[in-house]
Design a protein. Structure first.
Length: 168
């Protein structure tokens, strides 16, 4: 009979999922930066890529806290979201709508991450992993700020340019 799985197992599995996702996001952000038309968006993707690398390091510390190796497991959700970003790059390359589309794709990723980190933080609290709670909360706050920053870029120029049909 298989071993009964509990919250600790679920926490570890979800941690592996988000670890894979963050590593995938680092390379996706590089592609999105190269595709972006506006300098402001390129810079935002660069900042987020650097921030994501720091988040990966924090996740490695969470793995240490729970006594498990830092290993990812394929995250189908992030594969799909990154695939959508690649489609937007292909279908809107060189058009005024590209940056708005890239921002929308990046925000879809942020919303996924916010959901995952909120859950992981709560589970870490339930499991008594105080140091992990702190690390996960730091990441959660960064993800929420990135989402807000992307909204500012969308509202500040990208949506208007897409609507007007004018490339940066």
């Amino acid at each position: 009979m298989p071993k009964e799985k509990g919250l600790e197992d679920l926490f570890h599995d979800t941690l592996r999922d988000v670890y894979y996702a963050e590593r995938k996001i680092v390379s996706a952000l590089q592609k999105m930066k190269r595709a972006a038309l506006a300098d402001e968006l390129e810079a935002a993707f660069d900042r987020h890529r650097e921030q994501t690398q720091g988040q990966i390091e924090r996740l490695q510390r969470v793995f240490e806290i729970i006594g498990k190796p830092a290993r990812g497991k394929t995250c189908e959700a992030i594969e799909g979201l990154v695939g959508e970003a690649e489609e937007v790059i292909e279908e809107y390359k060189g058009t005024a709508a590209l940056d708005a589309g890239l921002i929308a794709c990046a925000q879809a990723v942020e919303h996924y991450e916010i959901s995952r980190y909120g859950t992981l933080k709560r589970w870490a609290q339930e499991l008594g992993h105080g140091e992990a709670v702190k690390l996960l909360d730091e990441i959660l706050k960064e993800e929420a700020q990135t989402d807000a920053d992307l909204t500012k870029l969308a509202d500040g120029f990208a949506n208007d340019r897409a609507k007007a049909g004018k490339v940066a």
